[in-house]
Write a protein that binds this ligand. Sequence first.
Ligand SMILES: [Zn+2]
Length: 278
Amino acid sequence: MPELPEVEVTRRGVAPHLEDRIVEDVILRRDGLRWPFPPDLPALLKGRRILSTGRRGKYLLINFEHGVLIVHLGMSGHLRVLSEGIELKKHDHFDLVVSGGPEGRRVLRLHDPRRFGAVLWHAHDDGELEQHILLRGLGVEPLIDGFDGALLYRETRKRNAPIKQVLLSGDIVVGVGNIYACESLFRAGISPKTAASRISRARYDKLAGAIRDILAAAIVQGGSTLRDFIAVNGQSGYFQQTYFVYDRAGVPCRNCGTPIRQIKQGQRSTFYCAVCQR
Ligand SMILES: [Zn+2]
């Protein structure tokens, strides 16, 4: 599943092909994905200029003067920028055709086999984007200055659930999905089973640093795949990293040699080292 780093790498990959371009066409090949496509999207966007791109959590934001196109990649989606006339593949559900750049007309194409993705429109007339129903419950962005150990400590004083599940809930900090929760808890030396309310401020400082470092490293690593976003038939730009605990059940810990353990927490697999993480 695309996580925050993949979405940010996607944003950086498609941004140079979208920003300051004019929308020529919007092609909806089905009624919707996870939610219906706005049926008036072509009328809303044709002839309009894309001002910029952004990201909030795992939502890609394409900003126009009158609103924001919100794109989510769901479980299996990816975006590519293509020349016009490239043959459709199964599961290519949405195209945004743009012009105005040195390369001529380009197609931003959403491919989503499992159809948990989304393409939605937020009109500025409807209020603040941050109050959009999908965005308003989101925690802070982990890569901005406001995210630190003090914030994690403050927001967890009444949270008695295990820290792993609190991270996954996304209401304190976004973008720490299953892989990055496991990896950052390992990096910080914190057991995923520890109640969030019982972790000290000093340990949260380490955890916040680990989250930032791991996400930032993933984005840098993903940057090397940027060319894939404009490949004609290339695979998506998602990338495998070197993990310390994730998906390594029974394999010796890279730090101490103890076999990595796998447990279930809230339906999700957690991987950790019982020696390195307390
Ligand atoms: Zn270990």
